[in-house]
Design a protein around this ligand. Structure first.
Ligand SMILES: [Zn+2]
Length: 182
């Protein structure tokens, strides 16, 4: 997103709580959230407005962002299992195997332990991936080199573009400066 869009969103908080964020705090907001899309930041402000009784701090926003990621993750998880089972009904992925996969993924998202996706190639319909970045899932999980968070990006390939409805930033290879794909 761009700075002015973020400021306009913060203005919504200011109006509701009758208090403006100090410029220094706005700078910190920008530092923390400049990589996310305006759609997502709006969603965060909405969720904060739903929940907060008090003038929210940056850490309330960070918490809301993490909660939103986990909700998205649960939705993705269901979609992936449904897709696999639709493609290979005769080889429906066992619940155990799926749980193992998502436990490893969740662990990686919360602790930063690298996710060894190759161990779970069972989950992918096409082993000769058209797109090596996302292995044709359309999703790229990338860990920030400095912060510990793992972010979800949409891939630029066909599989990623099909998922345009999800409000996730699109991957570009310049991001390799700051992220490692996991
Ligand atoms: Zn891709």
């Amino acid at each position: 997103m761009i700075f002015i869009d973020m400021q306009n969103e913060l203005e919504r908080i200011s109006i509701v709580f009758g208090k403006k964020y100090h410029d220094e705090i706005v700078k910190l907001f920008w530092k923390e959230f400049n990589h996310i899309s305006i759609g997502r930041f709006k969603a965060l402000v909405d969720s904060i407005l739903y929940q907060s009784r008090y003038y929210p701090t940056i850490s309330d926003f960070i918490k809301a962002n993490t909660e939103l990621r986990f909700k998205e993750y649960e939705v993705e998880k269901k979609k992936v299992v449904d897709e696999i089972n639709a493609i290979w009904p005769q080889k429906a992925v066992s619940q155990d195997k799926a749980n193992e996969f998502f436990t490893a993924l969740r662990k990686s998202l919360t602790t930063g332990v690298p996710f060894d996706g190759d161990k779970f190639d069972f989950a992918l319909p096409n082993p000769a991936y058209n797109c090596k970045r996302c292995k044709d899932t359309g999703d790229i999980y990338a860990k920030h080199k400095v912060k510990t968070y793992t972010y979800l990006f949409a891939c630029r390939c066909e599989s990623g573009i099909k998922k345009q409805s999800t409000d996730v930033d699109r991957w570009n290879d310049k991001l390799f400066q700051h992220y490692d794909i996991v």
